[in-house]
Design a protein around this ligand. Structure first.
Ligand SMILES: Nc1ncnc2c1ncn2[C@@H]1O[C@H](COP(=O)(O)OP(=O)(O)OP(=O)(O)O)[C@@H](O)[C@H]1O
Ligand SMILES: [Mg+2]
Ligand SMILES: [Zn+2]
Length: 466
């Protein structure tokens, strides 16, 4: 498929949006036959400079002008210019041809008559990139341009074009296009392309493109590709790597309300959309700062700024982000995990068929949930637990949980003893593969081995268990 912004390149002055003064200027000049020999188009990227230069070239050579100034876009000349094949429209990009040779070549050829048309048009893009020597050579040409030659120089950085060049050209300023105008233009394009789009999405795209039409259309296309032609505000934000405010609000409120379930759901969707956790944390911090002085939210602010420090040095950023967020939510309330842990522990023990074990592990978990350290509780509850009599095996899926528990092995062993009067050794292990996803026949031997060595092991099929 043709790139959208090329497909919608203005083909006549009337197609240009916003640059009314430019349209008027060329309309009058062409109608009166008073076209200058050198123009300097200045203005931000993607605002219509190259498009206008080509329209001008077409108008000057069109054999069938519409209303006396617009190109017909149908005659041979118009078509050959549109397809970039015309011998009489020479486009040069000064960003890649900075040197004097190219300009000299132009100077040497400038005296020849156009081959197929009335005018020969030289379009030099990014003219501020020319070297000093090239500028001087260009200047000579601009001083005495032949009648049949028109120069259109274009630049996004007017201040870098030497005054001597500027003074020999008629300067035409292209302006940033206001976002409402861009939005309306995008709406038109969506309509013609049969794309559904949310008005807010287009608004956001328009605002993001800071007045450049090409950037806006390019962004629209990227988002449409990402979302199968349905352009929503959410998709727009995700493509831009921005986090929707509602998502941040939900994150903060899930933490403040200790709602781990909704928090986990939300974090999952953040992960699915490929949002960088660091970026997410930073946006959250900004959001929280804007909500001060709410005391509960301020506490989240403290947490998020610690989190940002922590994430800087982490490889597995997402795990850390997830686990620490859950801990934080648990500090605010603990009405979620107990149910989940009961379920988890009883499942494990059903398969084990040992009834008194369930009670011990469960009692310890319950104690942590009610009186103890919510973080320890969360880590244990999110891990797979096995009671082997003299040892308790704890397998975490996230390395951070594993590290966290390993550091607290002694504390947990003591608590276990105090609550159950049993002397156990806590063996914590980390498996990148969730234990449930290991073949059931393999599971027992994998776990036995882990409980004995607490070390590395490769189950059949290959993925490393650490
Ligand atoms: N004023 C405008 N009206 C309608 N479409 C525009 C306008 N300006 C830019 N566009 C869109 O952006 C695309 C690129 O525009 P163009 O090449 O004319 O920009 P430019 O000003 O030459 O940019 P650059 O400075 O990057 O060369 C066009 O194909 C068109 O889709
Ligand atoms: Mg251009
Ligand atoms: Zn024509």
């Amino acid at each position: 498929m043709e790139t959208l912004y090329l497909k919608y390149r203005p083909k006549k002055f009337g197609d240009l949006i916003w640059q009314d003064h430019v349209k008027k200027l060329f309309k009058n000049a062409i109608l009166k036959g008073e076209v200058s020999h050198s123009y300097l188009f200045s203005g931000p990227r993607g605002t219509g400079k190259t498009s206008t230069a080509r329209i001008l070239a077409k108008s000057l050579n069109c054999s069938n002008l519409v209303e006396g100034y617009e190109p017909c876009n149908e005659c041979d000349s118009c078509k050959s210019i549109d397809s970039g094949k015309s011998m009489d429209v020479v486009e040069m990009d000064a960003a890649s041809n900075r040197g004097i040779d190219e300009i000299r070549a132009i100077r040497d050829r400038v005296g020849y008559l156009p081959i197929e048309s009335k005018y020969k048009i030289y379009i030099i893009d990014e003219v501020h990139m020319l070297t000093k020597e090239a500028f001087n050579a260009l200047l000579k040409t601009l001083e005495e341009p032949p009648k049949h030659t028109i120069f259109v120089l274009a630049t996004t950085e007017m201040q870098k074009v030497p005054e001597t060049v500027v003074s020999r050209c008629q300067v035409v300023e292209f302006r940033r296009v206001p976002s409402e105008i861009i939005k309306a233009h995008l709406q038109e394009i969506c309509k013609m392309e049969g794309m559904n789009c949310e008005s807010q999405a287009l608004e956001h795209i328009a605002r993001k493109s800071s007045g450049g039409v090409r950037d806006a259309i390019g962004l629209l296309e990227e988002i449409a590709r990402f979302s199968d032609g349905n352009v929503t505000l959410n998709d727009t934000l995700f493509v831009l790597g921005e986090v929707p405010v509602e998502t941040i609000e939900e994150y903060v409120s899930s933490i403040v309300n200790g709602n781990v379930e909704s928090l986990l759901r939300l974090i999952e969707s953040v992960e699915e959309h490929g949002i960088d956790p660091m970026n997410f944390a930073q946006e959250t911090l900004e959001f929280v700062t804007s909500k001060l002085p709410d005391a509960a939210i301020a506490k989240v602010g403290k947490f998020v700024s610690d989190l940002i420090q922590r994430l800087k040095y982490e490889e597995r950023q997402f795990d850390v982000f997830k686990v620490l967020s859950v801990f934080e939510a648990l500090n605010y309330g603990n009405n979620f995990i107990p149910k989940k842990s009961e379920q988890k522990v009883s499942e494990v023990n059903k398969s084990e068929g040992i009834s008194h074990v369930k009670t011990d592990v469960d009692r310890v978990l319950d104690w942590y949930a009610e009186n103890g350290d919510a973080s320890i509780f969360a880590c244990l509850a999110l891990s797979t637990l096995r009671d082997f009599g003299d040892r308790i095996l704890v397998i975490s899926n996230a390395s951070i949980q594993h590290e966290f528990l390993k550091e607290r092995t002694k504390i947990i062993e003591n608590d276990f003893k105090r609550i159950t009067s049993r002397d156990v050794k806590l063996v914590s292990a980390y498996s990148a593969v969730p234990i449930e996803s290991i073949e059931p026949e393999m599971r027992n031997s994998v776990m036995k081995t882990l409980s004995i060595f607490g070390g590395k092991l490769l189950p059949e099929g290959g993925e490393e268990i650490v």
